[in-house]
Design a protein around this ligand. Sequence first.
Ligand SMILES: Nc1ncnc2c1ncn2[C@@H]1O[C@H](COP(=O)(O)OP(=O)(O)OP(=O)(O)O)[C@@H](O)[C@H]1O
Ligand SMILES: [Mg+2]
Length: 376
Amino acid sequence: MTDTDWHYSREKLAKEYMDEFIRYGCRALAIFSERQVGKTEFLTRDLAPEAIRRKHYPVYVDIWSARADPARAIANTLKGHALALQKSGRLGLRELSLTAGLFSMGAKLDDLDKDRDAHEPAETVDRLGYWASRLAKATRRRGVLLMLDEAQSLAASRNALNEISALRAAFQMNPGKFAPVFTGSSRVRLEQLFNDSNAPLFKYGDEVEFPSLDAGFVNYVLSLARKLSNLRLDPKGALAVFEALGHRPGEFIGLVRSMMRAGISNFAAGLAKKLLADQERARVAVQMYGLTELERLVLRRIAGWGDPFSAEALDWYGTQSGPGARTPTKSAVQWALRTLRNRLLIESDSQTGRFRVGDERLEHALSGPEPLKADG
Ligand SMILES: Nc1ncnc2c1ncn2[C@@H]1O[C@H](COP(=O)(O)OP(=O)(O)OP(=O)(O)O)[C@@H](O)[C@H]1O
Ligand SMILES: [Mg+2]
């Protein structure tokens, strides 16, 4: 346990988002941001408490970790909360949501569909609607803030269209009850959910940008650091460094901690040291995979959602492999894919057969504007 809470509260933003539902009648919010800028922490530490203050019951589902079967995870989470609410008698709302667990309840979730309730339907899509309505009843006059974190993974499931339709139907069956918040760190894929005219959620939600933390956060961290250490951190350049780190609060806090440990008070020096260490870590991580040049290139291609076998892809492998390198054959690419699959670096969608990188962090690192170079 620690007494130090680095969390910088974002109450004002949480109020604005709840106002969208409560005052302006928004049906759903789709919140996009880059990775690691604080979406999950905002949902659980700022938005959920604000929801409770505004008479809403908060429910959180991490769709990314449930990506094998997101609809089942949502149905089971709704069920867990509905049953917990039913059992809890006269507990206050705050205790209730903590009892049920804001986070999808881990292993317990698995048992929730084995242990079937008397009227519970068998099919996942039907269960989703059934438990949404049961939870709607159990919360009585409260609304339900339904937070679907990393929601873009919803679109990747085999039965995605039916599942997302069931979700939408559940909201519509209980008008004014659900305040759904979808977050995503892939703009393209989040937009597929809301902007694709064939998508069940077409034009259903309002897209909002997730604002980055600013000088207030930097000052908060500096003041906490001042309390914790004798070292006088020089605030000059702190904000610029936070910006250089892509407004990622965890990275900035990590940097401040490492500066305190190393006795470095100057931010430019602290950043330089951190970047060197990061570069080394990335190099080691990539080396660790022990991949050949072609395997690395195919991995990058898949991270960018490209067809690994197209003529253009084959040319690209050739040009990337350096001067004098030959264009690889399709069967060489096939072998590379097999290795990547065996190492669980990629997976294929069982219906479309399309490949994707298994780990979203890795995917992002490989496909970002400055992809992680795989040269060992
Ligand atoms: N308001 C905040 N105050 C202090 N630290 C924060 C804040 N928000 C986020 N962080 C820290 O920043 C890091 C990333 O936050 P978080 O996981 O919420 O980001 P994310 O946008 O959900 O990332 P991802 O896209 O990878 O899921 C974590 O270490 C978290 O503790
Ligand atoms: Mg997150």
